[in-house]
Design a protein around this ligand. Structure first.
Ligand SMILES: [Zn+2]
Length: 200
Protein backbone atom coordinates (compact mmCIF):
# COMPACT_ATOMS: atom_id res chain seq x y z
CA UNK A 1 0.00 0.00 0.00
CA UNK A 2 2.83 2.35 0.94
CA UNK A 3 4.59 1.61 -2.36
CA UNK A 4 1.45 2.35 -4.34
CA UNK A 5 1.05 5.62 -2.48
CA UNK A 6 4.68 6.58 -3.30
CA UNK A 7 4.24 5.77 -7.01
CA UNK A 8 1.00 7.78 -7.17
CA UNK A 9 2.70 10.66 -5.35
CA UNK A 10 5.67 10.53 -7.77
CA UNK A 11 3.42 10.52 -10.84
CA UNK A 12 1.40 13.41 -9.40
CA UNK A 13 4.57 15.44 -8.71
CA UNK A 14 5.94 14.83 -12.20
CA UNK A 15 2.69 15.76 -13.92
CA UNK A 16 2.16 18.83 -11.76
CA UNK A 17 5.79 19.88 -12.19
CA UNK A 18 5.63 19.66 -16.01
CA UNK A 19 2.27 21.40 -16.08
CA UNK A 20 3.59 24.19 -13.88
CA UNK A 21 6.67 24.59 -16.11
CA UNK A 22 4.50 24.74 -19.23
CA UNK A 23 2.19 27.33 -17.68
CA UNK A 24 5.16 29.46 -16.56
CA UNK A 25 6.81 29.16 -19.99
CA UNK A 26 3.57 30.17 -21.71
CA UNK A 27 3.14 33.17 -19.41
CA UNK A 28 6.76 34.25 -19.96
CA UNK A 29 6.51 34.01 -23.77
CA UNK A 30 3.19 35.85 -23.72
CA UNK A 31 4.81 38.62 -21.70
CA UNK A 32 7.63 38.94 -24.23
CA UNK A 33 5.21 38.93 -27.16
CA UNK A 34 3.02 41.49 -25.42
CA UNK A 35 6.06 43.72 -24.87
CA UNK A 36 6.97 43.57 -28.60
CA UNK A 37 3.38 44.40 -29.58
CA UNK A 38 3.16 47.31 -27.12
CA UNK A 39 6.67 48.64 -27.79
CA UNK A 40 7.63 47.86 -31.40
CA UNK A 41 11.26 48.75 -32.23
CA UNK A 42 11.51 52.22 -33.73
CA UNK A 43 15.05 51.83 -35.11
CA UNK A 44 16.68 48.97 -36.95
CA UNK A 45 20.09 48.42 -38.49
CA UNK A 46 20.70 48.50 -42.22
CA UNK A 47 22.14 44.98 -42.70
CA UNK A 48 24.40 46.09 -45.58
CA UNK A 49 26.16 49.19 -44.22
CA UNK A 50 25.24 48.97 -40.53
CA UNK A 51 23.60 52.41 -40.31
CA UNK A 52 20.64 52.92 -37.98
CA UNK A 53 17.37 53.44 -39.86
CA UNK A 54 14.24 54.99 -38.29
CA UNK A 55 11.54 52.52 -39.29
CA UNK A 56 8.74 55.12 -39.42
CA UNK A 57 10.78 57.16 -41.94
CA UNK A 58 12.14 54.23 -43.92
CA UNK A 59 11.95 54.81 -47.67
CA UNK A 60 13.79 51.71 -48.80
CA UNK A 61 12.25 48.56 -47.31
CA UNK A 62 12.60 45.02 -48.71
CA UNK A 63 10.88 41.80 -47.72
CA UNK A 64 12.90 38.58 -47.54
CA UNK A 65 11.60 35.32 -46.02
CA UNK A 66 8.54 37.16 -44.71
CA UNK A 67 10.74 39.60 -42.77
CA UNK A 68 10.94 43.31 -43.54
CA UNK A 69 14.40 44.89 -43.74
CA UNK A 70 15.02 48.63 -43.89
CA UNK A 71 17.87 50.36 -45.71
CA UNK A 72 19.50 53.79 -45.70
CA UNK A 73 19.48 54.03 -49.50
CA UNK A 74 18.38 52.38 -52.73
CA UNK A 75 22.01 51.34 -53.20
CA UNK A 76 22.05 49.24 -49.98
CA UNK A 77 18.61 47.77 -50.74
CA UNK A 78 19.58 46.77 -54.30
CA UNK A 79 22.87 45.30 -53.08
CA UNK A 80 21.01 43.32 -50.40
CA UNK A 81 18.64 41.89 -53.02
CA UNK A 82 21.60 40.58 -55.04
CA UNK A 83 22.57 38.14 -52.24
CA UNK A 84 20.04 38.47 -49.38
CA UNK A 85 21.22 35.31 -47.62
CA UNK A 86 24.60 36.98 -47.04
CA UNK A 87 23.02 39.75 -44.96
CA UNK A 88 19.99 38.05 -43.42
CA UNK A 89 21.75 34.91 -42.19
CA UNK A 90 22.92 33.92 -38.72
CA UNK A 91 26.39 35.46 -39.12
CA UNK A 92 26.90 38.36 -36.74
CA UNK A 93 27.75 41.69 -38.31
CA UNK A 94 31.01 42.00 -36.35
CA UNK A 95 32.13 38.65 -37.80
CA UNK A 96 31.58 39.74 -41.38
CA UNK A 97 34.79 40.20 -43.31
CA UNK A 98 35.40 43.14 -45.64
CA UNK A 99 35.67 42.19 -49.32
CA UNK A 100 38.09 44.83 -50.65
CA UNK A 101 38.28 45.53 -54.40
CA UNK A 102 40.39 47.88 -56.49
CA UNK A 103 39.44 48.66 -60.10
CA UNK A 104 40.88 50.94 -62.73
CA UNK A 105 38.11 52.18 -65.02
CA UNK A 106 39.07 53.68 -68.36
CA UNK A 107 37.06 56.60 -69.69
CA UNK A 108 36.07 56.94 -73.37
CA UNK A 109 34.21 60.26 -73.33
CA UNK A 110 32.90 62.75 -70.79
CA UNK A 111 34.44 65.69 -68.99
CA UNK A 112 32.50 65.55 -65.70
CA UNK A 113 35.27 63.77 -63.80
CA UNK A 114 34.80 65.91 -60.68
CA UNK A 115 31.07 65.14 -60.64
CA UNK A 116 31.78 61.42 -61.08
CA UNK A 117 34.29 61.47 -58.20
CA UNK A 118 31.82 63.35 -55.99
CA UNK A 119 29.08 60.82 -56.72
CA UNK A 120 31.34 57.84 -56.12
CA UNK A 121 32.68 59.20 -52.82
CA UNK A 122 29.08 59.60 -51.60
CA UNK A 123 28.39 55.90 -52.18
CA UNK A 124 28.31 53.44 -49.29
CA UNK A 125 31.35 51.18 -49.32
CA UNK A 126 33.52 53.29 -51.67
CA UNK A 127 36.73 53.94 -49.73
CA UNK A 128 38.85 55.81 -52.28
CA UNK A 129 38.43 57.50 -55.67
CA UNK A 130 41.23 59.04 -57.73
CA UNK A 131 40.99 60.55 -61.19
CA UNK A 132 44.03 60.40 -63.45
CA UNK A 133 43.89 61.51 -67.11
CA UNK A 134 41.32 59.17 -68.65
CA UNK A 135 41.19 56.72 -65.74
CA UNK A 136 39.33 56.35 -62.48
CA UNK A 137 40.95 54.39 -59.64
CA UNK A 138 38.24 53.12 -57.31
CA UNK A 139 38.62 51.16 -54.05
CA UNK A 140 35.53 49.67 -52.46
CA UNK A 141 34.10 46.97 -50.22
CA UNK A 142 32.18 44.46 -52.31
CA UNK A 143 30.06 43.64 -49.28
CA UNK A 144 28.51 47.09 -49.54
CA UNK A 145 28.70 48.03 -53.20
CA UNK A 146 29.32 46.27 -56.49
CA UNK A 147 31.03 47.29 -59.71
CA UNK A 148 27.73 47.44 -61.59
CA UNK A 149 26.44 50.05 -59.11
CA UNK A 150 29.67 52.04 -59.46
CA UNK A 151 29.44 51.93 -63.26
CA UNK A 152 25.81 53.13 -63.13
CA UNK A 153 26.85 56.11 -60.98
CA UNK A 154 29.69 57.01 -63.37
CA UNK A 155 27.30 56.86 -66.33
CA UNK A 156 24.80 59.03 -64.42
CA UNK A 157 27.56 61.68 -64.20
CA UNK A 158 27.69 61.74 -68.03
CA UNK A 159 30.82 59.65 -68.46
CA UNK A 160 31.08 56.78 -70.95
CA UNK A 161 33.52 54.02 -70.08
CA UNK A 162 35.69 52.40 -72.75
CA UNK A 163 34.32 49.48 -74.74
CA UNK A 164 36.19 46.65 -76.44
CA UNK A 165 38.52 44.65 -74.24
CA UNK A 166 37.93 46.96 -71.30
CA UNK A 167 34.16 46.31 -71.50
CA UNK A 168 34.86 42.57 -71.60
CA UNK A 169 37.10 42.84 -68.57
CA UNK A 170 34.42 44.77 -66.69
CA UNK A 171 31.78 42.18 -67.50
CA UNK A 172 34.15 39.50 -66.19
CA UNK A 173 34.64 41.52 -62.98
CA UNK A 174 30.86 41.83 -62.59
CA UNK A 175 30.45 38.09 -63.09
CA UNK A 176 33.15 37.17 -60.54
CA UNK A 177 31.76 39.68 -58.02
CA UNK A 178 28.30 38.17 -58.31
CA UNK A 179 29.73 34.67 -57.78
CA UNK A 180 31.81 35.87 -54.83
CA UNK A 181 28.72 37.29 -53.12
CA UNK A 182 26.73 34.11 -53.75
CA UNK A 183 29.56 31.92 -52.43
CA UNK A 184 29.95 34.10 -49.33
CA UNK A 185 26.21 33.77 -48.72
CA UNK A 186 26.49 29.99 -48.89
CA UNK A 187 29.63 29.70 -46.76
CA UNK A 188 27.82 30.25 -43.44
CA UNK A 189 27.51 27.52 -40.81
CA UNK A 190 25.83 24.52 -42.42
CA UNK A 191 24.12 21.62 -40.68
CA UNK A 192 25.48 18.12 -41.21
CA UNK A 193 24.38 14.60 -40.24
CA UNK A 194 26.99 14.45 -37.47
CA UNK A 195 27.98 18.10 -37.06
CA UNK A 196 25.32 20.63 -36.01
CA UNK A 197 25.86 24.29 -36.98
CA UNK A 198 28.11 26.19 -34.60
CA UNK A 199 26.00 28.35 -32.27
CA UNK A 200 26.73 32.08 -32.56
ZN1 LIG B 1 23.02 51.43 -45.99
Amino acid sequence: MRRIFRVVHLVYECLFGFLLQDVLRFLWLSKERLHVIRHPPSICQDPVCGMDVIIAESRYPAIYHQMTFHFCSAQCRDHFLEAPALYAGAVRREDVKVMPKRRVLRIATGAALDEACRRLRAMMGVTSVQAEANRLHVDYDLRQVSLSQIEAEIQAAGIVLKGGLHALRRSLWRFTEHNELQNAARSGPQACCNRPPTPR
